[in-house]
Ligand binder design. Structure first.
Ligand code: FE
Ligand code: FE
Ligand code: FE
Length: 167
């Protein structure tokens, strides 16, 4: 738990905390994607990142809507998991390396991000339903579908082309 976040005592507290966590994560992703766009060599990979940057901006707006629907202030708390995933991505994406290998590294890192998001949104949706907030759940469902679709698209790109080019 972050230094300034309030103690988590109820499922509702946990729901709000996880909303703040993913809000921080989505904002962090918005800052990381432009670098990946500029470094991607494969045009389809670059385009996937561009499309997902737009989606991510919209996901942030959706989260702000959910905070409001639930009567909470819009606020983020540090997510050590996304910080770690992005730090690890920066480590494997070296500028000196082979361009095709760098594409494979960025794609793999992007999938790690999507998988983190998928687990968080899945939990948030389940909590929202348990708390009787089906309205919040359906907004979050839209984002979960985008994260899953992005992950699928990246798998297809990796298996059809990017990994072969890197080999
Ligand atoms: Fe996202
Ligand atoms: Fe987190
Ligand atoms: Fe995503």
């Amino acid at each position: 738990m972050g230094l300034f976040s309030k103690p988590i005592k109820t499922l509702d507290d946990l729901f709000v905390h996880m909303l703040q966590d993913i809000y921080y994560a989505e904002n962090k992703i918005t800052k990381a994607l432009p670098t990946m766009i500029s470094k991607a060599t494969d045009p389809q990979l670059r385009q996937s990142f561009e499309v997902h940057l737009q989606e991510t901006r919209n996901q942030i707006v959706r989260l702000e809507k959910v905070f409001q629907m639930h009567g909470q202030e819009v606020k983020g708390v540090t997510c050590p998991a996304i910080d770690g995933i992005i730090a690890e991505a920066e480590e494997v994406i070296s500028d000196s390396g082979d361009k095709e290998v760098m594409d494979a590294a960025m794609l793999a890192s992007a999938q790690a991000v999507e998988h983190y998001e998928i687990t968080r949104y899945g939990t948030l949706i389940a909590f929202a339903r348990q708390l009787g907030r089906n309205d919040c759940a359906s907004v979050l469902e839209e984002t979960l579908a985008e994260e899953k679709a992005t992950d699928k698209k990246l798998t297809m790109l990796a298996e059809s082309k990017v990994n072969r080019m890197a080999a």
